[in-house]
Unconditional design. Structure first.
Length: 236
């Protein structure tokens, strides 16, 4: 269910599973992980997200204040603010992109709720945990991502060194030697694997290729979410 930015207030006082609000949710890779960890999830994003699998509010994160978060009954807040400023795209294009991390962090900190902020390597997160796909059996991406939180987080052990990735680059020595449906793949806008391969590699079966390019595997936030749930349970 989508609400437009004219109705940006969050649902009041959920009953049942603890509510987590996922800001800058995109098509819901992170949200699904938190749901698998036991949360009820509401996603917020400024762009339409027709494939988002949970309740969705279309709004800019700057439309919200602390009162909104506290009135909702949310037990935690999470978010993945746009990463373009810290991605390879910024270096390739030379464009300047806005940094939303400080604004999201300020909102989260002022709420006093447990929070998690996710972003790409190079983003200015505070003392972040790094997750890699090699830490999660069944994934076929490395896809390093950073996670800042206001409570302790731990990571699973990586399963050895990074394997070779399927490639369409004929300059690579292993070009043509790997099957994209069994090898590790790199999921980006460069078109280096098919939608089917990207979906299977990341454990996501509801997104377009463009959405996959921006997503993180739900396994990452299921891992984070279980620690977040423990934090909330201990605080009760």
């Amino acid at each position: 269910m989508e609400r437009d930015s004219g109705v940006s207030r969050l649902p009041l006082c959920y009953q049942g599973d603890p509510l987590v609000i996922d800001f800058c949710c995109k098509a819901g890779g992170a949200s699904v992980g938190y749901a698998r960890a036991g949360f009820r999830v509401v996603g917020v994003d400024r762009d339409p997200q027709p494939n988002y699998p949970f309740e969705f509010i279309r709004a800019d994160l700057r439309d919200f204040d602390v009162a909104d978060l506290l009135a909702s009954g949310a037990k935690a807040v999470v978010g993945s603010p746009p990463c373009w400023k810290f991605s390879d795209l910024a270096y390739r294009t030379g464009r300047e992109y806005e940094d939303f991390i400080p604004e999201l962090r300020e909102l989260f900190v002022r709420s006093g709720l447990p929070y998690v902020i996710e972003n790409v390597e190079g983003a200015p997160l505070i003392d972040p945990l790094v997750l890699c796909g090699t830490m999660f059996p069944g994934l076929r991406v490395t896809r390093h991502r950073l996670f800042e939180s206001n409570f302790p987080l731990s990571a699973p052990a990586p399963d050895g060194a990074h394997p070779l990735h399927y490639t369409l680059d004929k300059r690579k020595a292993h070009y043509g030697q790997l099957d994209e449906m069994t090898a590790f793949v790199t999921v980006t806008g460069g078109g280096n694997c098919s939608v089917a391969a990207a979906s299977d590699a990341m454990g996501i079966n509801w997104m377009t290729k463009a959405e996959l390019n921006q997503a993180i595997p739900p396994a990452y936030t299921e891992w984070i979410g279980r620690q977040l749930m423990s934090r909330i349970t201990l605080a009760v």
